[in-house]
Design a protein around this ligand. Sequence first.
Ligand SMILES: *Cc1c(COP(=O)(O)O)cnc(C)c1O
Length: 417
Amino acid sequence: MYGHLKEADPAVYAIMRRELARQREGAELIPSENLVSLPVLEALGSVFTNKYSEGYPKKRYYGGNEFIDQSEELAIERAKQLFGAEHVNVQPLSGSPANMAAYFALMERGDKLMGLKLDHGGHLTHGHPVNFSGKYYTIVPYEVDPTTERLNYDAIEALAMKERPKVLLAGFTAYPRDIDYKRFREIADRCGAYLMADISHTAGLIAGKQLMNPVPYCDVVTTTTHKTLRGPRGAMILCRQQHAQAIDKAVFPGLQGGPHENVIAAKAVAFAEALKPEFQAYAKQVIANAKALGEALTARGVRLVTGGTDTHLLLADVRPFRITGKAAESALDKAGIYVNKNTIPYDPEKPFVTSGIRMGTPTLTTRGMKEGEMKVLGGLIVDVLENAENGERLKGIREQVLALCKRFPIYSEIQLS
Ligand SMILES: *Cc1c(COP(=O)(O)O)cnc(C)c1O
């Protein structure tokens, strides 16, 4: 693999080699990341990238799409089976454009969108003022409960009844608990809103049957394919038949041009992997690992937002260590532990500083790590938080992280030299 690249473009090859080494040698705890399989990687790097195929299977604006159609239809069929969806569009290039297309399909400019605030665990595309969603729509932000730090469905209902949004959005990027989509549906029905879920983070745990599936309750569900679902970087939209035409039109020609058919082929491959029983075991282990990591952190004085997790994700308040989220991220980086700084609910710090870090277990679980390794890693994380200014100590922890990672090799079939 990659011999041609090495010869033709040694500069890009050398950078790629260093990135592979970084992935091998570090503890990747960013909850929105994962490691794709070699079959997914092969489909991504395939001749499907050469083709223009604007339109949809059997309704294309270009000739020569016989096999592209077969591949895209396979991706759609597998996604439908995975989530029990009536209709699926696999063309969205990423999570943000998928949300944009869903809004285009369900709302007019200026309509009310009710979503969780970014600094409480929502996503930029859920109505933040710097994002198109906050500029094009009238935003009704909801918050988590100040005491429990969890969703308060009664408060959400009261706000929804007062504001009557066109779209009620159940979507989360830094919220560690499972979601009651049935309750969200009741609220949407009562206030006359469309219910949309954005399951970008938890799609793999839902496909792996460990968390509640929102598809039966929602008008539209968007998700990325590259997070817990362990597919290529991209997204898809699942919806009820009644919205099928509007969704497809919003994606193309509403928003995008030619779909990335190499990515769509890779999505098909990843969906087939997720349909296997082993994937359910994977999803289960992801959650078990997150709980084990959470317990190890809590035992050493870390405060977890909501007190723990039901998912792959942990949000830690690092103020007990007299350190900001930004400083924690940077110190952990030096120790080869990758996390991201993140606001916690009602965070007194600015979004670029924050009081928290966000962690998740999808990548390390893909590597084969289990509860025992999470316990070790939890201890190392706290060692870093306690010694964030001590360069020598961080170097020592880096060695321990490296030794741990070496026991769980990745991509051993790929040799870059
Ligand atoms: C990651 C994420 C997105 C955006 O996905 P991109 O592929 O980065 O555009 C949207 N919504 C949620 C909830 C996410 O977690």
